[in-house]
Write a protein that binds this ligand. Structure first.
Ligand SMILES: [Zn+2]
Length: 254
């Protein structure tokens, strides 16, 4: 992972994606402010923050496509007619969906996070990209598995060609969950259960889900959104009153 700056604001890029010449991507830090339109901030301020983050990649913020993110496991393939949906108006976001995929150039996918796991997916052979939001519910329901199935169906991808990045998210030590939740994951092995605490490692489970689908090239970032409040927003650490970082991934045009 590399930390870059734009107008003194830090943004993150991932090594394996930087090596793919047709892909533009980044993950924001809290330096860019809140990028989510659904958390009660003044809309104009959020749009201004989005503009600055998109500017850092030389992308027009009005083209950003985002979903409403409902902690489900639906995947939507977006096309040119979807360009700009959700960029300045939450209600226009793609409905009922936590993963967007596309093979259309200059169509920037955009998604929001504060502890949940961002997953960036690229098919370097078929020139297609995807962006996923996976919290515990999405992880339980294997949204990344659905995304890989969608790449196979929509783009004729071979899973062994695909590259995935598991971006910054809450670490296991910070992610205590209730008995109800831990019971659902009991068989997965990526959890710690003691008399006093249950902890869940979402990143490792997702890494496993991607491997199970046949992916060979997975980069996992181990920085934690809850441990590092200087860099990130954390829904958990800040008791639900916080902003959202965002991921962007786009196929560059000719
Ligand atoms: Zn942590």
């Amino acid at each position: 992972m590399n930390i870059l700056t734009y107008k003194n604001k830090r943004l993150l890029k991932f090594n394996v994606l930087e090596q793919i010449s047709f892909v533009e991507h980044a993950f924001s830090t809290r330096d860019f402010g809140n990028l989510g339109l659904h958390v009660g901030d003044i809309k104009e301020n959020v749009i201004e923050n989005r503009k600055l983050f998109a500017d850092s990649l030389d992308i027009d913020y009005k083209k950003l496509v985002s979903a409403k993110q409902v902690h489900g496991n639906n995947v939507v393939r977006v096309n040119m007619e979807d360009i700009g949906k959700g960029s300045t108006d939450y209600e226009e976001s793609i409905e009922n969906c936590d993963a967007l995929i596309t093979d259309v150039p200059n169509l920037p996918l955009f998604a929001f996070y504060a502890d949940c796991v961002p997953i960036f997916i690229v098919d370097p052979d078929k020139k297609a990209v995807g962006l996923v939001h996976s919290g515990w519910k999405g992880t339980l329901n294997n949204i990344v598995g659905n995304v890989i199935d969608a790449f196979i169906k929509e783009f004729a991808s071979h899973p062994s060609d695909l590259i995935a990045v598991i971006g910054p998210h809450i670490c296991m030590e910070c992610y205590e969950v209730s008995n109800d939740i831990i019971e659902k994951f009991r068989d997965d092995g990526y959890l710690k259960v003691t008399d006093s605490v249950n902890q869940l490692d979402l990143g490792k489970i997702i890494n496993n889900q991607l491997s199970d689908k046949g992916l060979k090239r997975i980069e996992q970032e181990n920085c934690c959104t809850s441990c590092d409040l200087d860099m990130f927003y954390s829904h958990r650490k800040e008791f639900g009153k916080t902003g959202r970082m965002a991921g962007i991934i786009m196929i560059k045009g000719d």
